[in-house]
Design a protein around this ligand. Structure first.
Ligand code: HPA
Length: 247
């Protein structure tokens, strides 16, 4: 199957089932340091390179994650496929808390992030095609793994990437809903477009940890997000563990 990078999001500063095959490695890049050292290991029969997006102590907020360094380092360490784990809010009725999705589209509402490698400095400007923002073959692998692990997972959905770190207003979510977003998160971009610029095969595995603003009953509490996240963790790991079938 080859080496697969997994970028862990909120709630995933580690993977319980990962058996490391060496010490975590700090990788320097032309864009600075990654969010945390990279851990190489096995999960089931898959060879994994794991990187917690927000840092080992969850110290990097979504708008300050060094997305360029992260993706550059994963490629430099030999990964050609990258799975971004994504805790999200649910907007559409079928995206209730605890749902898992492999989204197929993105709308980017972020701003002010270092969002491209094509940043002047003499090289030719790259206008990468983002018609299909996620890698079809990796999406299919994730859906196949979910089916093998018997974890119900929706095929498709539009991810709205917001700036954070605050949550949205109810009116902002109504706008995202009107735009066609099914789920909302804060890190899906520029991660997906930077991966495309590096010709990495990138897909997201999203898990819903709250109803987005105005879609549930009352305010969104950290306690409910954390308890929903805890309920998603095992199923997300089960999907990842089923990625490479045991021989
Ligand atoms: N909004 C944005 N990002 C999120 C949410 C949300 O409601 N839940 C988890 N990540």
């Amino acid at each position: 199957m080859g080496l697969i990078a997994v970028i862990g999001g909120s709630g995933f500063s580690d993977l319980h089932g990962l058996r490391p095959t060496g010490e975590p490695q700090q990788v320097e890049t032309p864009f600075g340091a990654t969010s945390a050292p990279l851990t190489r290991g096995t999960l089931g029969a898959a060879e994994i390179l794991f990187l917690p997006r927000h840092g080992a102590a969850h110290q990097h907020p979504p708008h300050r994650v060094n997305y360029r360094a992260n993706l550059w380092a994963l490629r430099a360490c030999g990964a050609q496929r990258v799975i971004g784990l994504a805790a999200v809010g649910g907007i559409t009725a079928h995206c209730a808390p605890h749902s898992l999705l492999v989204p197929d589209q993105i709308i980017d509402y972020t701003y002010g992030r270092d969002h491209t490698f094509s940043d002047g400095g003499g090289q030719a400007v790259a206008h990468v095609d983002m018609t299909e923002p996620y890698c079809a073959s990796l999406r299919a692998d994730l859906l196949r793994a979910a089916a093998a692990a018997r974890i119900p997972t929706f095929d498709g959905g539009t991810y709205g990437a917001t700036q954070g770190p605050r949550l949205e207003t109810a009116a902002e979510i109504a706008r995202l809903s009107h735009d066609g977003c099914d789920i909302v998160g804060m890190t899906g971009m520029p991660e997906a477009s930077l991966a495309r610029e590096l010709e990495l095969c990138y897909a997201a595995l999203a898990f819903v940890v709250n109803w987005a603003a105005g879609k549930g009953d009352g305010p969104i509490t950290l306690e409910s997000i954390e308890s929903n996240l805890a309920r998603c963790k095992d199923r997300v790991e089960a999907v990842l563990t089923a990625l490479a079938p045991e021989e």
